[in-house]
Design a protein around this ligand. Structure first.
Ligand code: MG
Length: 261
């Protein structure tokens, strides 16, 4: 091998090393500001995780969450028109008073983890969609994660508890008996609009009593009964709402953590 060819081999090796290095730093780099195991990278803040609720005792929100209902009052909530809600607080739970209308938060939220515990009436009345029906709405009153007593209750798949109503049935139905507490952890990514143009759709995941039942579902638009309306532009930040569907469904330990915080 002469000098030139040796140089070429070395140059090729250096280039290969450079390419390998570039591949290492560019392909799938989580954050170009920090190398792997960089001790200058900011570490996660330690927070009190609270504790989950049990059938006998309500849970406690993690540190840093916005507590929307801690069992004592409805200070964070109003009727949809902004007036005082007629829902009541009883035995540490907020309860839907049939005929009083939806309830919503005073504040608005964007992309978030929303934790909700709910219980259908212990005394089973009605059937199908008329049994322990309520709903957790994201994006104001647009996107419903169904609340329904589907414990041995026949109904349509995309109307089951934890269904994204009218769009996606849950993968399974890990529901507790009527009167017992269920837990939803909902991860919501709001749709994005550029003026009137839809840029990205809403995405929802749901963990139902510890079981992933909805994973990153892309919504077709707002949820509806016998309809799938098209998206209409709205601000990212919207209230959270619970549905009055004519049944005295109860809620407790409601908290929210906005993402990207
Ligand atoms: Mg409903």
């Amino acid at each position: 091998m002469n000098f030139i060819s040796k140089t070429n081999v070395v140059a090729a090796a250096v280039c290969a090393a450079c390419l390998f290095s570039l591949t290492q730093t560019q392909a799938g780099e989580p954050d170009p500001r920090y190398g792997i195991h960089d001790r200058n990278r900011p570490v996660p803040v330690q927070v009190d995780p609270g504790y989950p609720g049990t059938q006998d005792k309500t849970g406690k929100a993690p540190q840093g969450a916005v507590v929307l209902f801690d069992g004592t009052n409805l200070d964070q909530w109003v009727a949809m028109d902004g007036k005082k809600t007629k829902w009541i607080v009883k035995d540490g739970a907020m309860e839907c008073v049939p005929g009083s209308g939806y309830i919503r938060t005073k504040d608005s939220f964007g992309d978030c983890q929303l934790h909700v515990e709910w219980a259908a009436p212990a005394k089973v009345e009605g059937d199908d969609q008329g049994r322990g029906n309520s709903g957790v709405f994201l994006g104001g009153d647009r996107y419903e994660v169904q609340v329904l007593d589907t414990y041995n209750n026949k109904t349509y798949a995309d109307g089951f508890a934890s269904a994204i109503y009218g769009q996606y049935p849950p993968m399974v139905n890990p529901i507790h008996k009527p009167g017992e507490w269920n837990t939803y952890d909902i991860i919501y990514i709001a749709p994005r609009f550029d003026g009137d143009k839809l840029v990205s759709k809403a995405h929802i995941s749901v963990i139902f009593n510890g079981v992933v039942v909805q994973w990153d579902r892309e919504l077709t638009g707002p949820t509806g009964h016998h309809e799938r309306p098209a998206y209409r532009p709205h601000d990212v930040r919207q209230p959270i709402a619970f549905q009055d569907h004519g049944n005295p469904v109860r809620f407790r330990n409601v908290w929210i953590r906005e993402l990207n915080q």
